[in-house]
Design a protein around this ligand. Structure first.
Ligand code: UDP
Length: 447
């Protein structure tokens, strides 16, 4: 019996974006430790040169040559259309070559074409969500919305602040919509994600103690098992693509700073900034008189290569008082004793990484699910503050001082440290995520 389990293979289908790919690979590592082997079919788009990074995985390249950059939502719809046929061929080949030993296909929730293929080939298939359970519940809410009516309703201030039914404290304005111009295609994507689902279970990179009521609601809505087994990076911190070379000197710089004095700023792997916003950030950080480690990805300010848009005197002051990196070893940075706060765009990976290290946050969500995460950080877990409206230097200065110096920030840090304990306990023997992984493996072996 044990021998048969060891041979079973799982096909993982990640969405080829860093924030989705990384946790999928971490899930793969967890499943390897449970005796499965992992196959990852991937298109040419954002293909990871992975054999060195993930030695236990078998990567297979499948064609997706028609894919063009067409805006984030457009690309996803296109990706789902054009990859279905080549993915089906790939799975057929695998089944032919090695017999019927594919335990299941686990696919990123946005790669819903896999569900159709798995159903046709009669293979068990599971959804993997790299966002929160609350986000999945919202996706259900959004899939039922009519874009025109929603836009008209949202012009009414009362509607914006209305609490979504059974989802207190979530308001309509917190729903994780994409930018307004893309609303209808975005809602269509939500409908596809919700309706083209054939999965027999959902795996989520979240933790029961963070969002137990959303997990209960999701389970009721889907009527299939839901496995919250995050934070996956605690047990395996392998990363996905190398977006950029990590600047390790920033850790040496952190070593020279006082405990809990530094504000770490990073807006993830995709976000962009306006020139004015960057200047206001720089002045606000300088005026706060706190040291800061600021990740600015080259090309993240439209029209500029890197930081040359900042006046020379500002660059001089910024590099005296702080440290600018192009890409940092984020998990290590967040765990460094000098770091007292994290200014984040609230991507789900960054949010989990911050909570795991007990670091309170300044939230500057830019779109979609980040708004939802920011609302949870500020109003549900109470471990951070949101920076709303236009970024202005006074607001930045105040937010940094509130978080790093004021008692209010100290109370947030206490709560963050409490959550840190809970999240670390969740992956230890007997913890909620540890048990969820065991149950998932049992389920896989009975499918
Ligand atoms: N990250 C990193 N170094 C940086 C900035 C980000 O390693 O300088 C990593 C971070 O640890 C996280 C990921 O990039 O795992 C960003 O994922 P997230 O979901 O927060 O945001 P996204 O990039 O998807 O918007």
């Amino acid at each position: 019996m044990e021998k048969r389990v060891e041979k079973r293979r799982i096909v993982l289908v990640p969405l080829p974006l860093l924030g989705h790919f990384t946790p999928m690979m971490q899930l793969g590592q967890a499943l390897i430790l449970k005796g499965f082997s992992i196959i990852v079919p991937q298109g040419e788009f954002n293909r990871v040169n992975s054999s060195q990074k993930f030695p236990g995985f078998q990567f297979i390249t499948i064609p997706d040559s028609e894919l063009e950059a067409n805006g984030p939502v457009g690309s996803l719809t296109q990706l789902n259309k054009i990859m279905e046929a080549s993915f089906k061929d790939c799975i057929r080949q695998l089944l032919k070559q090695q017999g019927n030993d594919i335990a299941c296909i686990i696919y990123d929730e946005f790669m819903y074409f896999c569900g159709a293929v798995a159903e046709e080939l009669k293979l068990p298939n599971f959804i993997f969500s790299t966002q929160t359970a609350t986000h999945k519940v919202c996706c259900n809410v959004l899939s039922k919305l009519n874009a025109k009516k929603y836009l008209i309703d949202m012009e009414e201030h009362d509607v914006q602040n209305k609490v979504v039914e059974n989802m207190h404290p979530l308001r309509y304005k917190d729903l994780p919509t994409a930018t307004f111009g893309e609303l209808e295609p975005f809602l269509e994507l939500c409908r596809d994600v919700v309706n083209k689902r054939t999965a027999s279970a959902v795996i989520i990179n979240t933790v029961t103690c963070l969002e137990s009521s959303s997990l209960t609601r999701l389970q009721q809505e889907l009527q299939i098992p839901v496995y919250p087994l995050g934070p996956l990076h605690i047990t395996d911190s392998s990363t996905g693509f190398t977006v950029l070379q990590e600047d390790r000197s920033c850790v040496e710089w952190l070593n020279k700073q006082k405990p809990r004095s530094v504000i770490y700023i990073s807006l993830g792997s995709k976000a962009h900034m306006e020139t004015k916003e960057m200047l206001e950030m720089a002045w606000g950080l300088l005026n706060s008189n706190q040291p800061f480690l600021w990740v600015i990805r080259p090309g993240s300010v439209a029209g500029f290569e890197w930081i040359e848009l900042l006046p020379e005197e500002v660059i001089k002051m910024v590099t005296e008082r702080g440290y600018i990196a192009k890409w940092a070893p984020q998990i290590e940075v967040l765990g460094h004793p000098a770091v007292g706060g994290f200014w984040s765009h609230c991507g789900w990976n960054s949010t989990l990484e911050s909570i795991v290290e007990g670091v309170p946050m300044i939230c500057r969500p830019l779109q979609g699910e980040q708004k939802l995460n920011a609302m949870y950080i500020e109003s549900v877990w109470k471990i951070g503050i949101q920076l709303e409206g236009e970024v202005e230097r006074e607001g930045v200065e105040r937010a940094v001082k509130r978080l790093i110096i004021d008692e209010e920030g100290a109370a947030m840090r206490e709560r963050a440290l409490d959550l840190k304990e809970k999240l670390n306990a969740s992956v230890r023997s007997g913890g909620s995520s540890y048990n969820a992984l065991d149950e998932l493996v049992k389920f896989l072996n009975t499918e």
